[in-house]
Write a protein that binds this ligand. Sequence first.
Ligand code: HEC
Length: 102
Amino acid sequence: MRRMLPVITMLLLAGCGYAPPEVDAALVARAAAASPGTTQAQLEQARATYLTACTACHAVRDPSRYSAKELDDYLAIMGLRAHLDAANQESVRRYLQAARTK
Ligand code: HEC
């Protein structure tokens, strides 16, 4: 049993979903490269929004599961579902696009 514990822990971690990355300098740099003017404060706000407004109906999703285009398309719909205003929706979009790892 003891030897199985690391395996079980790994399976649990893999199955227990996804944690959206903290906003660090690398993430700000990626977001600002794609959308000039993006700030750390804006992305931190967007991450908080993602963790609250976007989890009313389902768990957070790993944005790397979608292409950049798919993510934009989903966000156009999900922003409405989450009642985000245009500015918040754009911030969440920038955060999620920068959080994609592929
Ligand atoms: C009012 C409920 C609701 C809210 C709030 C909501 N969603 Fe969704 N979301 C859904 C439902 C239901 C689906 C299931 C498939 C569909 O209807 O497209 C979904 C599907 C998705 C998908 C596609 C999942 C897949 O792989 O099929 C993504 C990505 C997503 N939501 C992201 C978000 C984001 C980002 C937010 C916040 C801006 C958000 N959602 C807020 C209800 C919601």
